[in-house]
Design a protein around this ligand. Structure first.
Ligand code: URA
Ligand code: SF4
Length: 246
């Protein structure tokens, strides 16, 4: 978790994220505020350098105020477990923080109204890797690309999103995987490439550190397919549990 801001005015990351979450919970910037039960700001490991971005809350998320806690969330947990990660290793949020009625797609004006919150979360968390889940999240980080082509691929993130030095990795939405067995199989294939993408991004961000013996494996993508390298690519999870939730 980096400190952001100038040296004379440091901004405390956890406090800044909590401020974003507090603003989201009372936000009325778009029409989705009218029918929500709970806004869902996002939650996770504040020290993680991996940020997962879904579409918007569903019924369970609206009822609980937490992201990906329904059926799609269970599949997401299983996908993460397939690479040896836990939900507590990453930070999870959505493009829109309030549930679109009946789980319809978020409208462009709703996505635009909510965008400053995601931008601030990206600035504060400064992730090395952004994982997009589904079309709407893809649209923010790989504008113009189609999910059928982009899934499983990685590219640099435009710093205008708020993530100053990150790679983005595209995945199908887990809800699509639940509906279509082919997409579920593809999602397991895709998620297996995430540790290598994370290592690649870390090496781009800290080329000197990546060249030291302890991080030597980070310099070769091929090594990332070994179990040891996958463990190396696990985001840190050594935070106090009460510091991880917003
Ligand atoms: N689908 C999403 O896109 N986000 C959630 O938080 C839950 C389901
Ligand atoms: Fe505010 Fe975003 Fe919720 Fe709309 S979806 S009310 S912009 S927090």
């Amino acid at each position: 978790m980096p400190m952001i801001g100038t040296e004379s005015e440091p901004i405390d990351g956890p406090a800044a994220l909590a401020t974003v979450a507090d603003e989201v919970r009372v936000c009325t910037r778009c029409a989705l505020s009218a029918r929500r039960t709970h806004a869902v700001p996002g939650e996770g490991n504040l020290r993680s350098d991996v940020l997962l971005v879904g579409e918007g809350p569903g019924a369970r998320e609206d009822a609980t105020g937490r992201p990906f806690v329904g059926p799609a969330g269970q599949l997401l947990d299983e996908l993460l477990r397939s690479i040896g990660w836990e939900r507590a290793d990453v930070f999870i949020t959505n493009v829109v923080k309030c549930r679109p009625p009946g789980n319809r797609d978020p409208e462009p004006d709703e996505i635009a109204a909510c965008a400053p919150y995601l931008q601030r979360q990206l600035e504060i968390l400064d992730p090395a890797l952004v994982v997009t889940l589904g079309r709407h999240s893809l649209g923010r980080f790989m504008p113009g690309s189609r999910i059928s082509q982009a899934h499983g691929t990685v590219r640099p993130v435009d710093p205008a999103t708020g993530a100053s030095n990150a790679l983005v990795f595209a995945m199908y939405h887990p809800a699509a995987a639940l509906r279509t067995p082919d997409i579920e199989r593809t999602s397991y294939d895709d998620v297996a490439s995430i540790p290598a993408a994370l290592l690649e991004s870390r090496a781009r961000r800290t080329p000197v550190a990546a060249a030291t013996p302890s991080a030597a494996a980070a310099t070769t993508t091929a090594a990332a397919t070994t179990t040891a390298a996958v463990a190396l690519a696990a985001p840190p999870s050594d935070v106090e549990p009460d510091a991880t939730l917003f």
